[in-house]
Design a protein around this ligand. Sequence first.
Ligand code: CO
Length: 506
Amino acid sequence: MDKNKTLEKLHAIDRECRLLERTASLLHWDLETYLPPLGVEERSEQLALLESLYHERFTSPETGKLLEELGSVTDNPRGDDKLPELERDFLKRMRKNYDKEVKLPLDFVASAAKAQGLSQAAWVEAKRNNNFAAFLPHLESMIDFARKYSLYWGFEGRVYDGLLDIFEPNMGVQAIASVFTPLRERLSALIKKIAAKPEPDCSFLQSDFDPQIQAKFNAELMKYLGYDTKRGRLDVSAHPFTTTLGSNDIRITTRYLSDNFLSSIFSTIHECGHAFYELDIPKELHLSCLADGASMGIHESQSRLWENVIGRSLPFWEGLTPLLKKCVPGRFDSVSAKDFYRAVNLVKPSLIRVEADEVSYSLHIILRFELEQGLISGEIKAGELPSLWRKKMKEYLGVEPENDTEGVLQDVHWSHGSFGYFPSYALGNLYGLQFFGRMKSDIPGLEDFTSKGNFSPVHDWLKDNIYKWGKRLDPCELLKKVTGENLSVEPFLKYIEEKYAAVYGL
Ligand code: CO
């Protein structure tokens, strides 16, 4: 058959799968934002049905046959070398996804999806009631499903490596541990030095802020950063997230804590960073398996770059302060951009990952990375988690939760079986600073643009260097292409150590 016709058929299958995926994303988005509590059970069944339809469509013998006709096999996933580069990248991604998905039995996929929905609902209740015991059987079942996924897919090294591969291709336990060890040592040392210094005054941000006022400001903030609100929206959820419901429908959420205005501000900036990536995926990749970020870690590099490297810089606050004063009249009259800058760079190890400062954040991740390895290998029993959690928190961060809600139950990830996801957050910090180094040398006067609230040069640079690739490259290939380097912990640590030495006068 004509190769173009074959490609057309394969693209049609891919397109249908993406449509099913985004339909499921809409149901998920609703589940996290507006679904009444008793709607959860049937919603889990709806999601499981969509998951099965996706699986059946994607793994039909036709997909395998079309891939083979185009020369794409496991050992040569990019297929026929006469095809255009874009099509070869498409084939590589399709082949990799197909090889994984086809190994999963249909009844396994459906039962995993249903169990995930129920587990997540159980976690919400358990967290609300500080009742780890009620969540434990679900957690055990999620660990069991995760192991089975990895065994079906196959892996090199350990079972956990098979799970890491979905979120961060070519980045196994050993590669991650080799960057996490220096990260842990140098961040812990820095935290100790900072702890000996006086704390900045943050009281002007921590007293009673009406959620409606926060909502008004966050809506302005989105636009200030350059979010096209005709292609997305901002809602509220317990855990802020970004989701792609369509090529022109990319939504973010935030949350409003009346005693912590910064929480909503930085959640919004973080999710905008994710959304900008998705919004500027090139049109030619829309509705295909390449219309995505290179990996979870690369995605996180984008959100954390906006949130921290840009969002916690002095030029950024010079630009934002007038807008904040306008939207929240009377509250910040005597507060300067410099005061905000000091307050948003408070370093204080705390219990909750999502509220953590830039310095201690990665330590939260390293703790989870170590526990996950033990859970998947079986060296740690799920029932031991609360006490191990407390022990490690004390050791790495010097703080200890009084209850499991603020401890082991704080994150949603394990409740839906996403073991192997956490390392991406800390890898994102590392990738982000490597990208930023290049961006800074490519954009003279970057800080002036930032202080004037002009983010076009940043958007353009990210489009030209990162977004344009979608999911065509693996994370290490993208990093090499943009920076000429391999993964390195140095740019991040140098940035952190220099910045906080100046902030705290070390
Ligand atoms: Co994120």
